[in-house]
Write a protein that binds this ligand. Sequence first.
Ligand SMILES: [Ca+2]
Length: 466
Amino acid sequence: MKRMSLKTIYVSITVLIFSCNNTSKKTEHQNKPSQPNIVILLADDMGYGELGCYGQEVIKTPNIDKLASEGMRFTQFYAGSAVCAPSRGVLMTGMQVGKLNVRGNYGHVADGNWGRVALKKSEITIGEMLKDAGYQTSFIGKWHLGVPEDVSTWATGRGFDYAIQEQWGNKLEGGKFDENDHWVNKRDSVLYYDWKQYDCKDVFRTNLAIDFLDKKRDANKPLFLVMSYRTPHVHEPDLRETERYNEFGWPENERRHASRITMLDEQVQRLLDKLEEMNELDNTLVVFTSDNGPQAENHSDLFFKSAGGLKGKKRDMYEGGIRVPMIAWWKGKIKAGSISNHPGIFYDIMPTLAQIVGVESPSQTDGISFLPELMGNTQKKHEHLYWELQEGKTQEGFRTALRKGDWKVLRYQKSGNAELYNINNDVYEQQNLALEYTKRVKEMDTIMLNQSEANPHWPFSGKIKK
Ligand SMILES: [Ca+2]
């Protein structure tokens, strides 16, 4: 055998040492999943201007502001639609709303009756995608993508290993669901939210999440958790908390509104603290967003400038109805304090998570992964973004909008006149330029009409024939 040179021996020993180190590290961490945990924190009806980091000057949100200062804050991120169900459907499936089976909170179901419409089983959810990718998938709070009578359409039936959800509407056996009931894994068991025991509903939901992490967490799998909060949606008629912001002398409904947002902020931190205590937080992507613009049902959306000065609110195709807070936090991956002007939308979330996890996004998706943006790399942009909404049962309630570059066209009702705005010059949508740019309106209108697929639940939709 040829004698080895000193240099060769040195290299060999070095390789051996590194191999040993790597082997020991591998042994030490062999049960730790390498894929990151993913936690989505979804507020309900939180406007673009209701967080300190988005310019809110009165309502205190220090913990979410800190999340933004340590992560990336998006200035032009959009919900999937302007109300809960369709917007959440877009988030869950990565499909633009004009192709989705859910395009309003109520659709035509049969014989002139309108009611809840569920996601189709063929519309794959993020839960199903991540469960297939080896994640422990969990969901707590408001689902809003199923029908009350069929538990297979509830969160546990749609890819979530463990789900506690609220439910309302008619029970299969008769009677109605109580919104304060929280159903565990379909209807295996039920936990009642007694408002006298908690400052607000999101305290209760955070307790449920912490209890889940304590007792059900499978440490051999990466975690996917969706926290679907109640705040600041109108459906919390009873509130134990009575102290916060009393010094300002605001009307009680406004004090409660501000108080709930600040309490949500604290609950976000409680959950993050729990993940940190479990040594899980450092390997976690946290996304905070809202499903649509601010509600004005039990208070004035103008009192705290909830939409941040944008035109419109929940149910509107104007920016106030669809532009939402969006924060992404991922320690050591996303540059702290970064601000992104990339126009993203809820249907981008599924392909982004697919890319992070290293799986193919389902072919149904219309989204573009914004992982390059999160990593500070060159980001591909959409040719256009699309929104659709059915409000009520009439053609007047059919609303669509399309953004292409800086331009946005929108229409309330199928036969109504289109409005045109330049979002870059006129983010507050004060100048309707439709009469000045008729050719542009026509071009964008054609694209907009072509985004909507015919669907029997949504009688006023549908340029694209199925
Ligand atoms: Ca909502």
